[in-house]
Ligand binder design. Structure first.
Ligand SMILES: [Mn+2]
Length: 330
């Protein structure tokens, strides 16, 4: 299960390897990276199975397993002891087997460390959150879901499992409570009215880009943080890279204009990891074949580093204050 299927055998920026099914190989790690190279659930442009490899290597600095954050003054990779378990073998033609394998790996890792999964199309969030809910508490994990699309479809092009359905499947199974499911960045022309009605009936809270523009992303995030502070044991953060505007993330299967800037996305991920109890995370839908100058892979790589840096910051006694200048005491 730890072998790499799509690309050479290297780890995320040079961190240590581990075997997901042997917890002794990551006994000192707080975060374990897992590749989920699966795009059998795409409805439009495929290619996200090459995402894990592209995101792992997208960095112009030395791949030395270290990354001190300029803003946060911590090293997310070394202080959290991040390990990389390689890619789960996920056959593109068999979604059930692919998802079952990923769920098994994520559930195993979740018993010992924070699983951080690199997709793959968004189908993988179904096994990711199911695996964590089984390990950490069924129905007790909140989901913060960044996406242009709601991914709550009942059926897409005849497929019962795909990247248009994972959020519905998680709520229907009871893995996640509808009123602990928060969506940020929705826009465009999907889904239809019956699906929106179903989402409302579940108690989901979806922030469409118009509301984010009118009220401000930070106000919306603070509102979500207040809600997840009660009646749940942790937060799963799911970042579909298409939440970012196609100007910042063209290398994805279903781009939708009018999204978050790269800066907004990075700041939001930082705040979530600083201010909530994150127990799992995925970054999905990077499809390198449609990318330009690696900007989508670079953004996904930095989303992961921002999360790791912020998690590392919470393990220190110092508090991050964005009003302070870089070179003063902070
Ligand atoms: Mn999605």
């Amino acid at each position: 299960m730890g072998s790499l299927m799509y690309g050479p055998d290297f780890t995320f920026l040079g961190v240590s390897k581990c075997d997901a099914m042997d917890s002794k190989t990551y006994s000192n790690a707080e975060v374990v990276i897992i590749g989920a190279p699966f795009d059998g659930g795409t409805s439009y442009r495929s290619g996200a199975k090459f995402g894990p490899s592209a995101v792992r290597k997208a960095c112009y600095l030395e791949h030395d397993g270290k990354r001190p954050s300029l803003a946060l003054r911590v090293d997310g990779l070394t202080s959290l002891q991040v390990h990389d378990a390689g890619d789960v073998q996920m056959p593109s033609g068999n979604t059930e087997i692919a998802c079952a394998r990923l769920e098994q790996v994520v559930a195993k890792v979740a018993g010992h460390a924070i699983p951080l999964i690199i997709g793959g199309d968004h189908t993988v969030t179904w096994p990711n959150v199911t695996g964590i809910a089984k390990a950490k508490g069924w129905g007790n994990i909140a989901v913060l879901h960044f996406d242009a699309h709601a991914d709550t479809g009942e059926i897409t092009e005849g497929a019962l499992i795909g990247h248009g359905q994972p959020m519905r499947k998680l709520i229907e199974s009871g893995a996640v409570r509808g009123d602990r499911f928060f969506q940020i960045g929705l826009r465009g022309y999907w889904p239809d009215e019956p699906t929106l009605n179903w989402m409302a009936q579940q108690g989901m809270r979806s922030y469409e880009m118009s509301e984010i523009g009118a009220r401000g992303l930070n106000v919306c995030l603070t509102e979500i943080f207040q809600a997840v502070a009660s009646d749940c044991d942790g937060v799963f953060l799911s970042v579909d890279i298409d939440v970012a505007d196609p100007a910042a993330a063209p290398g994805t299967g279903t781009p939708e204009p009018g999204g978050l800037s790269a800066r907004e996305l990075l700041d939001a991920v930082r705040r979530i990891c600083l201010e909530t109890h994150v127990v799992g995370m995925d970054v999905v839908e990077v499809a390198p074949a449609y990318d330009h100058a690696d900007i989508t892979s670079l953004l996904a790589n930095r989303v992961i580093l921002e999360a790791l840096s912020a998690l590392a910051k919470t393990r220190t006694n110092s508090v991050f204050d964005p009003n302070q200048p870089l070179l003063d005491e902070r």
